[in-house]
Each structure stands twice: as structure tokens, then as C-alpha cells.
Design a protein around this ligand. Structure first.
Ligand code: SAH
Length: 257
């Protein structure tokens, strides 16, 4: 499963202080840090987890980035959904190989790559051409070209309607998800899942109200609290810092009227 690093691969360089840098390997390339230079050629052909030193003695470990590493480090235009929420979305929407989902907006592609890696067939609606292109580049950088034939991004406004039918899921990360609920009710199969990620609880409440009016049931709104712990000898306590808020997840299933 784990192959040696090759030119074109993304590699995560982690220094002694756990600072992380995402680097794309290029033959003859150089990575410049505050402790000097690392030649990409020293990494090309090296195995995952290799330890190496920069020209002025900095110590680094080179890892193949996980999906979570990549999401937090990749080039972004729009704000991404955090890994803690991405993992939960896979469960709530029961994403598995072969499911057909509509995703809108597509933004930087963090949710897209998560869905694609779990085997879904994804149609994205995104109003901004530049974001759509960036998302596609990010997906290919993380997953390679294999999933690109399961990934279609259209430049269009999800508030104006959805062409697809018999979808298994409609996943929304845009400012007014309630404007998509009536379209989703026509685009989903019976039993299909709708889910909206919203930073504000007022958005979640407005979305929930609309779900009730369009034949959705079993709705739930939740937030994912991720608090890590500091464990070092007898100092065992919650970490001082945490990401206190990202967004609310509201989901429901289509029953029809
Ligand atoms: N979930 C994405 C981030 C989405 S950011 C990720 O994980 O990377 C929100 C995106 O919604 C932006 O790219 C914005 O351009 C897009 N958007 C906003 N309104 C929209 C609409 N009505 N139809 C389609 N896309 C929309």
C-alpha cells in the first residue's frame, strides 16, 4: 500500500515543533525552511516516514499526507469543512461505494474528495468557475485521476433547481440551504438523505422549518465537539486550545408527501 515518494507526490514535512508543510515533489526542486534547504531529490525514492535534515541542521519527518492533513493544508479559496465534520457527514449521509449524490457549493473541494474517496459518484453545483477549477485540481492532487470520472462539477446556482433525479443524497454547504429543499425533494429518491452544513444556528433553524414543509422526516441538528487531551507524564488534561465552533450539521430523510 505504501510506495516510495515519487516526483509529483504531495509530501507533508513535519518539523520538531510539529509545524507542517505540504510540498509537491519536483525533480531538482528545493524546500526552503527557516533551518535551511531540503532537496526534493533526497525525498524522491524515500519511504513514507523518512527522517531527514535540512542544510542548517533542522530535523524533519516526511509523511504522505492523510486526507485530514491535506484538507487543512491544501490551497483554498473558500473555507473548508473540517475533518471532524467531514467524517461525521460520511456516516449521517451513509456514503458508500456507488451512491449518487449532489453537492453544492463545491468550494475548495474538501467535501468532494471525502465523498469520492468513500466511493460516491458526485455531481457538484458551484456558482464560481475559479472555485470549481480549484476543487478539481485539489481532488486530483489528493486522489489522483481515478475518481475524476465519478466527479462532475457544473457552474450553476443550486437555488434555481436540480436536474438529477433518484439521488441518494443532497449535501449542502451554501448560505441559504432552505432555498434548495424543494428542489432536493424532487431530486432525491424516497429515503434519500439531505444534509446542510451551516455556521449559524439561525440558518439551521430556517433549513429545518423548510424540511418539514417538503416531506422530509427524522431530522436532526447536531454539532461535533472535538476536544483533544494533553497527555505527558502526570500532566493529563484537556488541551488548552480547541476549535470551538465550525458549523451545525442538519440532516433528514425524504419520506414524501
Ligand atoms: N464544502 C466546501 C466549501 C464550500 S464554501 C468544502 O468543503 O471545500 C461555499 C461554496 O458555495 C462557495 O464556493 C460558493 O461559491 C458556493 N455557492 C454559494 N451560493 C451558491 C449557490 N446558490 N449555488 C451553488 N454554489 C453556491
Amino acid at each position: 500500500m505504501s510506495e516510495a515518494f515519487a516526483a509529483g507526490d504531495r509530501v507533508l514535512l513535519v518539523d520538531r515543533k510539529d509545524r507542517r508543510y505540504l510540498v509537491t515533489l519536483v525533480a531538482g526542486g528545493e524546500f526552503h525552511s527557516h533551518t535551511g534547504v531540503i532537496d526534493h531529490d533526497d525525498l524522491i525514492g524515500a519511504p513514507d516516514g523518512s527522517r531527514l535534515h535540512s542544510s542548517r541542521g533542522g530535523s524533519f519527518v516526511a509523511f504522505r499526507p492523510t486526507l485530514a492533513d491535506f484538507v487543512l493544508k491544501m490551497p483554498r479559496g473558500a473555507q473548508v469543512i473540517y475533518p471532524k465534520d467531514l467524517g461525521t457527514i460520511l456516516m449521517l449521509a451513509d456514503i458508500r461505494p456507488g451512491v449518487r449524490v449532489l453537492e453544492s457549493g463545491v468550494g475548495s473541494g474538501a467535501l468532494s474528495m471525502t465523498l469520492l474517496r468513500a466511493g460516491a459518484q458526485v455531481t457538484g453545483y458551484e456558482i464560481r468557475q475559479d472555485f470549481a477549477e480549484r476543487a478539481r485540481q485539489n481532488v486530483e492532487a489528493m486522489l489522483g485521476s481515478e475518481p475524476l470520472d465519478r466527479y462532475e462539477v457544473e457552474i450553476r446556482d443550486a437555488y434555481e433547481g436540480i436536474d438529477e433525479t433518484e439521488l441518494d443524497g443532497v449535501l449542502l454547504d451554501l448560505p441559504e440551504p432552505w432555498q434548495v429543499v424543494s428542489h432536493a425533494a424532487r431530486a432525491l429518491r424516497r429515503g434519500g438523505t439531505i444534509l446542510a452544513y451551516t455556521p449559524s444556528i439561525v440558518q439551521a433553524a430556517t433549513f429545518r422549518e423548510s424540511l418539514g414543509e417538503h416531506g422530509f422526516a427524522y431530522s436532526e441538528t447536531l454539532e461535533v465537539m472535538h476536544r483533544s487531551w494533553h497527555i505527558e507524564g502526570t500532566a493529563v488534561r484537556p488541551a488548552h486550545r480547541m476549535v470551538g465552533h465550525t458549523g451545525f450539521l442538519s440532516h433528514a430523510r425524504l419520506l414524501g408527501t
